[in-house]
Design a protein around this ligand. Structure first.
Ligand code: SAH
Ligand code: SF4
Ligand code: F3S
Length: 491
């Protein structure tokens, strides 16, 4: 039920790690703002690490920044338009800095960059550099070209392997981000759902090679990361070859990652129902470290709408798949994405979605009003619905999902859950972590230290969190980029 939000500022907080952060004279500062999904969070980190090699330090204060980098999202109209209002504010800030004799570079990365390219500069001349997700490894060189007084647009699909070329994050950069981490294993999409821009902004499905992923996961574990979330627009379409050259899918990869010392918890997101194969379902049965929480979007419960969306499965096939997954891992909880008001959606179609939700009982979900996107088949379809109808359906669906979410949280009271401790609590005496289902959990601090996985009895539920034994005060939720369980919500 969260919509796109954003994370501001530094890509690495220099806490922890094996060496103190050095403040060098004449270092330049970069302010990074990330919109959209977790893949953008991961990309911002990798771009930040690449810029660190060029002498850029992160700042949370935009007025201090010599470089402002917006990592953008194009998924819905609102997400894309938000960038232009931000660029308006940045224009004023750049003018103010100029009066102090300070130069400011402005770069736009991410899916708006890929989708709109040079048009961004035409609409917002404050922008110096537009760089698409496939060319982030060329960011330092592209910035150097800007320094020569040129505006630069880099949106070609690179032939070289971006991930192999990007500098590896060092131990201090990794540990500064905490005990949970993202790892992109797959990028792009070949599914072409008729509402969606991702196949156009992220390109065709590409899997990162097995050896590269094992190496990156080991480096994360060695820097103290306990939980890794594998990312991909269709993460379960990942395929590769193991060390012996045998073909494996995501299930096989998860098995190998589970063997890495120190990595205690694994997650993956976002999956397409069509790519949930037997190997992956079996991994949910066989790997205790694979968290029993699965984000498996269905979008609609109506077969007519699923067909019009080109989702390539029926509601019944989805429900039968869930039966198989639940048979493999009975304590699994589900999360999903829904679009209301797709063109042609009748009252009966919407009711079919409500019925599917009643059947599945999601532990959490994300809901969206259909937003027509330029260049997608959905935008050209007949039967677009009014905002009023979309609003009404969204509210009804949200109310039902919220009720199930609350009931799910309440069903955990009295149970013992494993909790990964991630950060200090808001109030003295508290420490905060995550349940297997990604819920924030507030615990008494004597239970353990950051990075520990403890068993705790849940005693009550707060508005957005669970309270574990010893905690009596209800406490508001805490925020972290890892909080969002799906591909789109950041902090
Ligand atoms: N690859 C993922 C989803 C990526 S986009 C998947 O297949 O599930 C994240 C979510 O945004 C989608 O699941 C969908 O619910 C929503 N979304 C995508 N395009 C949209 C649009 N044009 N209007 C409204 N919601 C949209
Ligand atoms: Fe691909 Fe997901 Fe978008 Fe469908 S919704 S086109 S599967 S990214
Ligand atoms: Fe948005 Fe691109 Fe992610 S459109 S949801 S940032 S893949």
């Amino acid at each position: 039920m969260t919509d796109i939000a954003s994370t501001k500022g530094g890509f690495s907080t220099a806490a922890g790690g094996d060496a103190p952060a050095q403040t060098r004279p004449n270092t330049r500062k970069v302010f990074v703002k990330t919109y959209g999904c977790q893949m953008n969070v991961y990309d911002s980190q990798r771009m930040g690490d690449a810029l660190a090699g060029e002498g850029y330090e992160p700042t949370l204060v935009i007025e201090e920044a010599d470089l402002v980098l917006l990592n953008t999202c194009h998924i819905r109209e609102k997400a894309a338009e938000k960038i232009y209002s931000e660029l308006g504010r940045i224009r004023d800030m750049k003018a103010e800095r100029a009066t102090r004799g300070l130069e400011t570079r402005v770069a736009v990365a991410g899916c708006v960059a890929q989708a709109e390219g040079r048009e961004i500069i035409a609409r917002a001349p404050v922008v110096d550099l537009v760089i698409g997700p496939q060319t982030y490894h060329r960011l330092p060189q592209a910035l150097a070209r800007v320094s020569d007084g040129e505006k630069v647009v880099e949106t070609d699909y690179a032939v070289e392997d971006k991930f192999a070329e990007l500098p590896k994050s060092d131990r201090r950069q990794i540990s500064g981000r905490g005990v949970t981490a993202f790892l992109t294993v797959q990028e792009g999409c070949d599914k072409f759902c008729t509402f969606c821009v991702v196949p156009y902004t992220r390109g065709a499905e590409v899997s990162r090679p097995f050896a590269q992923l094992i190496d990156e996961a080991r480096r994360l574990a060695e820097a103290g990361v306990r939980e890794v979330t594998l990312l991909g627009q269709n993460v379960n379409a990942w395929d590769g070859e193991d060390e012996a050259g045998r073909p494996i899918g995501l299930g096989g990869l998860l098995h190998r990652l589970a063997d890495i010392p120190g990595l205690a918890r694994l997650r993956y997101t976002t999956s397409h129902p069509r790519d949930m194969d037997g190997e992956l379902v079996a991994a949910h049965r066989d790997l205790p470290g694979l968290m029993p929480y699965l984000h498996l979007p269905v979008q609609s419960g109506s077969d007519t709408i699923l067909k019009a969306m080109n989702r390539k499965h029926t509601a019944d096939e989805y429900l039968r798949l869930l039966d198989t997954i639940r048979a493999a891992r009975p304590d699994i909880a589900l999360s999903g994405d829904f679009i209301v008001g797709f063109p042609g959606e009748s009252e009966a179609d919407f009711e079919a979605t409500m019925n599917l939700v009643r059947t599945v009982r999601y532990a959490s979900a994300f809901t969206f009003k259909y937003s027509p996107r330029p260049g997608t088949p959905g935008a050209e379809m007949d039967g677009h619905l009014s905002e009023a109808v979309k609003d009404e359906r969204l509210q009804a669906l949200n109310a039902l999902l919220r009720q199930h979410q609350t009931e799910f949280a309440q069903s955990l009271v009295g149970k013992r859950l494993s909790v990964l401790i991630e950060k200090p609590g808001r109030h003295p005496g508290q420490i905060a972590g995550r349940s297997p289902y990604l819920q924030p959990v507030v615990l008494p601090e004597e239970i353990g230290v950051i990075g520990d996985i403890v068993e705790a009895t849940i005693t009550s539920t707060g508005p957005n969190s669970l309270l574990a034994e010893g905690m009596t005060k209800p406490v508001a939720q805490f925020q972290s980029p890892q909080e969002a369980p799906t591909m789109r919500s950041v902090a």
